[in-house]
Design a protein around this ligand. Structure first.
Ligand code: ADP
Length: 520
């Protein structure tokens, strides 16, 4: 069953459309999938960092709280006489305490150490930061440790304090002023492990580095965390040591993925374009072949039916007159001649396409060859009312060529000029030497060829679309043979044509020496 071409076209368009849409969808999804996966990997990494930072913050916090417990235990408010010894012991311990103050709440009255000239500076500094009014003394739970942290330029204040009650029911506020440097050492001890894989810093609220230099917050792998209740004015910052590599890797990965997605999409579109072009070319070729077959069969059928008709008339012996008989013989002869020319052309075409290039090359003089061939053919053309002008330059040098192929190409050009001349029956055949080539031109004043058709006429099976051309019988292979012959010789076929004015076809063959003479 023959499928109408329109269905083929629709099927191809639909198939291509489906492929384009599915490719685009697939690319879109794969891009988003990869981006999603990268984001997931990033989020996991950041979450791991958060977990780690939380662990370390908790450990530091816990250490301070544990120390607080010990400090609270070391003080007995019932024994003021032992306070000097207790304070001494605390300061000497590794609990990071600079000084211990015993205060009577409400009035900020210093119970211990007794105010003296020696401690006036220390007490002054403590008093400046530890303002009893700022602490809600009445709400303090007995024996529960609290923390006070202050930031001052060049001096960070950190104190733990606890409300105690003696046997007499008097409340005594015990304040432990911590040593800033020892706290930093505590941070250092606790954070050392973390620093193997991370840049770690502790900063104050104004981003001044307390422990290490502040870390830039720009990386997406950066994470910061506050200490919940102890060093609550400080912030712990961390970022993986290899964060630049991580970022670069992610960037490269993303670019690579994008590149491959674009590449594969482009390749698919490119292949589709090739399939589309090849399909179109295939369809055109099929169409041309169908035209060719119908042209050839028409070309063969017409002379054959004429031959048959006139031979039948002759065989029956109905024609008595000798001159009529002669006329019929002539028709039969001419028609069989036309048929054999067509068959020869077809055979030449087949042979030429398979011929081993250069097999029949020999020293050839194209000018002489053309003159000789014209001798025989000229009469036939003139008989049909053609005026033929021959301008052959006899000084054209010999060249290395296949004489039969050149003759075939020449006759194709001449035959076309006869076929497509219409009423303007003037033909010029010219052979001349030009720029190292022999130019064999056939000029007519016939139908001419539109510009748009000129490149197509050399394709095999192509026939002109013009109505007057269509009336003329042909197979669409003559010029394709001519072009092939030219190319076999390293030359070309040129066409100059104006519709209604005529055409000039030039077979241009480069002048070459036979290989054995080439060196001499
Ligand atoms: P055919 O002559 O059998 O159609 P050709 O390959 O020789 O095949 O020519 C291809 C087409 O080129 C012709 O159908 C015609 O349209 C155009 N053509 C060739 N020679 C001429 C010419 N001298 N004048 C006008 N048109 C020409």
């Amino acid at each position: 069953m023959k499928v109408p071409p329109v269905y083929n076209t629709v099927a191809v368009v639909v198939a291509i459309g489906v492929i384009i849409i599915s490719t685009a969808t697939l690319s879109w999804f794969s891009y988003h999938y990869t981006v999603g996966r990268e984001n997931l990997a990033e989020t996991t990494l950041v979450q791991t960092n958060i977990k780690l930072a939380t662990q370390y913050v908790d450990r530091i916090e816990q250490k301070i709280i544990d120390n607080d417990g010990i400090l609270s235990e070391m003080v007995d408010v019932n024994e003021p006489s032992k306070w000097p010894a207790m304070v001494d012991a605390i300061r000497k311990s590794d609990l990071n305490v600079d000084m211990v103050y015993f205060l009577r709440p409400g009035r900020n009255y210093l119970l211990y150490p007794p105010y003296s000239y020696e401690i006036r500076n220390l007490w002054g500094a403590f008093h400046d930061s530890f303002k009893i009014k700022e602490i809600n003394v009445d709400n303090l739970t007995v024996d529960q440790m609290n923390h006070l942290q202050k930031e001052r330029p060049n001096n960070y204040f950190f104190a733990s304090y606890v409300m105690k009650e003696n046997r007499k029911g008097e409340k005594i506020l015990v304040c432990y002023q911590m040593n800033f440097y020892k706290i930093v050492v505590l941070l250092d001890n606790r954070l050392r492990d973390l620093q193997k894989d991370f840049y770690v810093a502790a900063v104050d609220f104004e981003n001044n580095g307390i422990y290490n230099l502040p870390i830039s917050r720009s990386s997406k792998y950066y994470y910061e965390m506050r200490f919940p209740s102890t060093l609550y004015k400080w912030i712990l910052q961390i970022v993986p040591r290899n964060y630049t590599e991580l970022e670069r890797e992610v960037k490269i990965q993303r670019r690579t993925n994008l590149f491959f997605i674009i590449l594969s999409t482009t390749l698919i579109f490119f292949s589709l374009a090739i399939i589309y072009v090849a399909g179109r070319r295939e369809r055109q070729l099929r169409q041309l072949k169908e035209d060719f077959i119908s042209n050839v069969s028409h070309e063969l059928k017409t002379p054959l039916s004429l031959i048959r008709m006139f031979s039948e008339i002759l065989v029956t012996g109905r024609v008595k007159r000798e001159d009529t008989k002669k006329e019929y013989y002539n028709i039969i002869h001419n028609e069989s001649d036309r048929m054999s020319r067509l068959i020869n052309n077809l055979l030449d075409f087949a042979i030429l396409r398979q011929a081993e290039n250069g097999k029949y090359f020999e020293r050839t003089n194209i000018a002489r060859l053309v003159s000789k061939e014209l001798e025989a053919y000229r009469y036939e053309i003139q008989k049909d009312g053609f005026q033929i002008t021959v301008e052959v330059d006899s000084s054209v040098p010999d060249t290395y060529a296949d004489p039969n192929a050149i003759t075939m190409a020449f006759f194709n050009l001449l035959d076309n000029s006869v076929k497509y001349s219409g009423d303007q029956r003037q033909i010029t055949v010219r052979v001349e030497q030009r720029n190292g080539c022999v130019d064999l031109s056939v000029v007519d004043k016939g139908f001419g060829i539109p510009d748009a058709e000129q490149p197509k006429i050399f394709e095999k099976f192509y026939r002109g679309s013009n109505a007057s051309v269509r009336k003329v019988r042909g197979s669409g292979i003559g010029l394709s043979i001519t072009k092939h012959v030219a190319e076999m010789h390293g030359g070309e076929v040129l066409v100059e044509s104006t519709p209604g004015k005529g055409s000039t076809f030039t077979l241009r063959i480069p002048i070459r020496q036979p290989p054995d003479l080439a060196g001499s």
